[in-house]
Design a protein around this ligand. Structure first.
Ligand SMILES: C[S@@+](CC[C@H](N)C(=O)[O-])C[C@H]1O[C@@H](n2cnc3c(N)ncnc32)[C@H](O)[C@@H]1O
Ligand code: SF4
Length: 306
């Protein structure tokens, strides 16, 4: 049977037990946690969906482990749909509560589904504290800005490479940073260092989240507990004030995706979103310098240009 895949990003809670200085959710307007009643509604929506038969569900926050009970409830419900729909899960987590991450993983795996995690450079995150069972299912994002980019050293990269991380490693800019405050030569040195180390690194100098949400996976719907469907996780951060693409009570997933595609095409000629980093990168006008310095060295370099 043909697979029609929908990426569903669930903002389960906006609460968090960490306080990462780069977090784009700092100061964001908070929507309430998803409760069981809402999850019942979402379940019915997925159940009655006629076009999409595969759902890649991002268990998103805030910190999703704080919504563990809701995640377990959702999984229990979705199990009823095992014969008609395919599920896969992703979860970015600060991994402070590794036990909760493991419990969630087990609850997913025992139903025959897969989950992958994204870890990132939290202040206290030490990979050696994370069980291998989690690491092998994890990718790692290093979010860099002008305050922390000097920590991207040979040692750091070796540590990441020598760890049990099973997924890729992405070096990506803090979406709210103005990269132009980092000398272009320093960024190209980082890229050269990464290139020297070869293999599985993926360096993305565009705003990866923004381009992913608008361009890469157009069949993606972010769901808030208010019932709103949004084109982007950062809806509450004021990036897209008019970026709602539907409501759980009135819009089918297919309609929401069609609205998203339409909205993405209106946002700009390139389809890039208008998020702050994008603006910062474009206005910084130094990406060319970086490209010149790294040309031919690193094929995976993707840059934002207007
Ligand atoms: C907002 S967090 C929510 C999930 C979880 N609390 C976590 O940190 O993984 C989702 C992802 O966004 C990343 N992130 C947070 N602030 C960012 C920023 N300013 N720029 C780029 N990525 C950011 C996090 O590192 C994480 O991978
Ligand atoms: S753990 Fe995630 S949600 Fe919490 S402050 Fe850090 S980046 Fe933000």
């Amino acid at each position: 049977m043909e697979e029609n895949v929908l990426h569903l990003e669930l903002i389960l809670t906006m609460e968090c037990n960490a306080n990462c200085d780069y977090c784009y959710q700092n100061g964001a307007e908070k929507v309430p946690d998803m409760d069981e009643e809402f999850i019942d509604k979402l379940y019915e929506k997925i159940k009655s969906e006629e076009y999409y038969n595969k759902f890649v569900i991002a268990l998103f926050g805030g910190e999703p482990t704080l919504a563990e009970d809701k995640i377990l409830y959702l999984l229990e419900k979705l199990e009823n749909l095992k014969d008609s729909k395919v599920f896969r899960f992703t979860m970015p987590t600060n991994a402070i509560d590794t036990d909760a991450v493991l419990r969630i993983k087990k609850a997913i795996n025992k139903r025959g589904w897969e989950v992958s995690f994204t870890l990132s450079n939290k202040e206290d995150l030490t990979l050696s504290n994370i069980p291998d069972e989690i690491l092998i299912e994890s990718s790692y994002s290093f979010i860099f800005n002008s305050s922390n980019y000097t920590s991207i050293t040979e040692d750091l990269i070796d540590t990441l490479k020598n760890s049990k991380l099973g997924g890729g490693i992405v070096i990506k800019p803090d979406v709210y940073s103005d990269l132009s405050s980092i000398p272009a030569s320093d960024v190209s040195n980082i890229l050269k260092l990464v290139a020297d180390k070869k293999a599985f690194f993926n360096v993305n100098l565009t705003n990866p989240d923004a381009t992913a949400c608008v361009m890469d996976d157009l069949e993606r719907v972010t769901v808030f507990s208010t019932g709103e469907f949004a084109m982007c996780t950062r809806m509450t951060m004021g990036c897209y004030e008019d970026g709602y693409i539907g409501h759980i009570d009135t819009t089918t997933f297919q309609e929401a995706v069609a609205n998203r595609i339409e909205l993405a095409s209106q946002i700009s000629e390139t389809g890039m979103c208008l998020c702050k980093t994008q603006a910062a990168i474009e206005s910084a006008n130094y990406v060319d310098e970086i490209i010149q310095a790294t040309d031919g060295i690193y094929d995976g370099l993707v840059v934002a240009k207007d």
